[in-house]
Ligand binder design. Structure first.
Ligand code: XMP
Length: 491
C-alpha cells in the first residue's frame, strides 16, 4: 500500500505536513517504550525533540529555562542588544527553577505610583541604580504597597530589608518546601550575577503538572540554552558576549542561509570557538544544505515560508512545502551526521510526528509556544479570551527593533515585510503541555512501529514506512467535522 518516501517526494510537488499521511505499521512494544531522545546538533543531546524559536515574542529567559527543564531547549532571540541577550542567557542558566519572572527594579528614592508598576511580579526590588543588580537593598511587597496611604513615599522608607537568599543549587521542589516551611509569600533567589524569584502562586500553579522528564543540562550542571545571531560584522562582538554568558549552542538566523555572509560567519565562529556547536540555515534544498555542511555547520535549520506568521513565499516567491523540505534536506544531512531542525508550521502533535519521521531530529516552534505563560509579554483580554502577541521577525514592527538582518535588509533602503503581527490564545504553561504533546507523539511513533527517532528514520529510508497524499476531502475527513457546537445546559 501507499508510496515510499523517496517515490512520493520525487514527483515535482511541494508537500506540507497536512498534505501527507503515514500508513500505520506494526506495533510490538508499549507507548512507554518509545524514546524521543535526540540531538539538536552534533554535540548537543536532548531528551525531548522540541526547540523554542529565536523570536522576540517566543524565547527569552523564562522560555529557555522552561524548555530546558522539560528536556528541550530554547534559542534566545537577538532582536535586542548583545548585552541584554547575554543577560537573558545568564538568567535562564543561573538556577534550577523551570521559569523566570520579569522582575521590576527601583532606586531607593523612587516611589511606586500605580499597581501596574508591579507588572505580574509579587514585589519590586530596590537596588542602587534601579536596574537588575544582585546587590538588592530590599523589596516592596505588593500587599505592603497597597496598605500605604501616601503613594509618593520613596520606597526606601517602607521596603523590606530581608536578605533571604537561597543557593543556586536549590531545585524547584527545594524552594517550594522552603516557602511552605517558612510561611513565605515568595522568596528571591540571588546568585553572584542574577536575581530570580519563586512565589507561592508559582508553587500552586505547577503542583498538578505532569512529572518533568530529564532536563537538558550542560557539563556544568546548568540548563542548556541557545541563542541566535545574524551575519553582520557586529554579530562577531555579539557572539563573544554570548560565549561569555555560557551559551551552549548558536543559531545563525537567516531566512535564506545559503549566502556568502553566512558561510563567512560559520568559518569565523568555527575558528574562534571550535568547541561551540553552530546551527546554520534556513535551508530547504539539498544544494543549500550541502554548501552549509561543507562550511562546517553542526546542525541545519529547515524551513522557508512555512511559519504561521511568514509571508516570504508570497512576497519573494521562494520557499518549499515543509514536508518536502524536511525530507530532502534530512536525506543529505544524514550522510554527514548533521542533525536537522524542522522549523515552522507545527500546529499539532501530528505535525511533530511527521517532521521527526521524515528525517528531522528536532522541531522548532513559534506559534505553538507563543501563547504560553513562559513566552515574553503579558496576556490581554480580547473578547473574553486571553491572548498574547505573536509576531514574525520579518514583520515591520519587529524589524523596526532591528531584526531586518535576518532578511538581509539594508537599514538605508525601503523595508519590505516578510511576516505579520498577530495574537495567539492562552495555552497555559509549557511545563504542562509539552509533556502531554510528547506523550501524543510517542503514540504516533508506536502506530508507526518506531520506538525511537533513529528507528523511524531507518524505516522511512528503507521504504518500510509508506505514505500517501491526502486529497482536500481526506484532509477535511481527518479533522473534526460534521458537528455543531455543544453547550452543556445546567438544570
Ligand atoms: P511557526 O509556524 O512555529 O513558525 O509559528 C516559526 C518560524 O517562522 C520563521 N519566522 C518567519 N518567517 N517571516 C517569515 O517568513 C517572518 O516574519 C518570520 N518570523 C519567524 C522562523 O523560522 C520561526 O522559527
Amino acid at each position: 500500500d501507499g508510496f515510499s518516501a523517496s517515490r512520493l517526494f520525487n514527483q515535482g510537488y511541494s508537500y506540507t505536513y497536512d498534505d501527507v499521511i503515514f500508513l500505520p505499521h506494526y506495533i510490538d512494544f508499549p507507548t512507554d517504550a518509545v524514546t524521543l531522545s535526540t540531538k539538536l546538533s552534533r554535540r548537543v543531546a536532548l531528551a525531548t525533540p522540541c526547540v523554542a524559536s529565536p523570536m522576540d515574542t517566543v524565547t527569552e529567559s523564562s522560555m529557555a529555562a522552561a524548555m530546558a527543564s522539560v528536556g528541550g531547549i530554547g534559542i534566545v532571540h537577538s532582536n535586542t542588544t548583545a548585552a541584554h541577550q547575554a543577560s537573558l542567557i545568564r538568567l535562564a542558566k543561573s538556577h534550577k527553577i523551570p521559569f523566570t519572572h520579569d522582575l521590576v527594579f527601583k532606586r531607593p528614592s523612587d516611589s511606586i505610583l500605580s499597581a501596574e508598576e508591579f507588572s505580574s511580579a509579587p514585589c519590586i526590588f530596590v537596588t542602587d541604580l534601579g536596574t537588575h543588580d544582585t546587590k538588592v537593598l530590599g523589596f516592596v511587597k505588593k500587599s505592603d504597597w497597597e496598605k500605604l496611604s501616601d503613594k509618593e513615599t520613596s520606597v526606601s522608607k517602607y521596603m523590606t530589608k530581608s536578605k533571604v537568599m537561597l543557593p543556586a543549587s536549590y531545585s524547584f521542589e527545594d524552594v517550594a518546601g522552603y516557602l511552605v516551611k517558612n510561611e513565605l509569600e515568595f522568596v528571591p533567589l540571588i546568585t553572584d550575577e542574577v536575581v530570580n524569584l519563586v512565589s507561592r502562586d508559582d508553587v500552586e500553579r505547577i503542583k498538578g503538572f505532569p512529572k518533568l522528564g530529564l532536563p537538558s543540562l550542560g557539563s556544568d550542571g546548568n540548563f542548556l540554552v541557545g541563542a541566535s545571531i545574524g551575519t553582520r560584522e557586529s554579530d562577531k562582538e555579539r557572539l563573544e558576549h554570548l560565549v561569555k554568558a555560557g551559551v551552549n549552542v548558536v543559531v545563525l538566523d537567516s531566512s535564506q542561509g545559503n549566502s556568502i555572509y553566512q558561510i563567512e560567519m560559520i568559518k569565523y565562529a568555527k575558528k574562534m570557538y571550535p568547541e561551540l556547536d553552530l546551527i546554520g540555515g534556513n535551508v530547504v534544498t539539498t544544494y543549500q544544505a550541502q554548501n552549509l555542511i561543507q562550511a562546517g555547520v553542526d546542525g541545519l535549520r529547515v524551513g522557508m515560508g512555512s511559519g504561521s506568521i511568514c509571508t516570504t513565499q508570497e512576497v519573494c516567491a521562494v520557499g518549499r512545502g515543509q514536508a518536502t523540505a524536511v525530507y530532502k534536506v534530512a536525506s543529505v544531512a544524514a550522510q554527514s551526521d548533521v542533525p536537522v531542525i524542522a522549523d515552522g508550521g507545527i500546529s499539532n502533535s501530528g505535525h511533530i510526528v511527521k517532521a521527526l519521521t521524515l528525517g528531522a531530529s528536532t522541531v522548532m516552534m513559534g506559534s505553538f509556544l507563543a501563547g504560553s505563560t513562559e513566552a515574553p509579554g503579558t496576556y490581554e483580554d480580547q473578547g473574553g479570551r486571553q491572548v498574547k502577541k505573536y509576531r514574525g521577525m520579518g514583520s515591520l514592527e519587529a524589524m523596526m527593533k532591528g531584526s531586518d538582518a535576518r532578511y538581509l535588509g539594508d537599514k538605508a533602503k525601503l523595508k519590505i515585510a516578510q511576516g505579520v503581527v498577530g495574537a495567539v490564545a492562552d495555552k497555559g504553561s509549557v511545563l504542562n503541555f509539552i509533556p502531554y504533546t510528547m506523550q501524543a507523539v510517542k503514540q504516533g511513533f508506536q502506530d508507526l512501529g518506531a520506538s525511537s527517532l533513529q528507528s523511524a528514520h531507518d524505516l522511512l529510508r528503507s521504504g518500510v514506512l509508506r505514505l500517501e497524499v491526502r486529497t482536500g476531502a481526506a484532509q477535511v475527513e481527518g479533522g473534526i467535522h460534521g458537528l455543531v457546537s455543544y453547550e452543556k445546559k445546567s438544570f
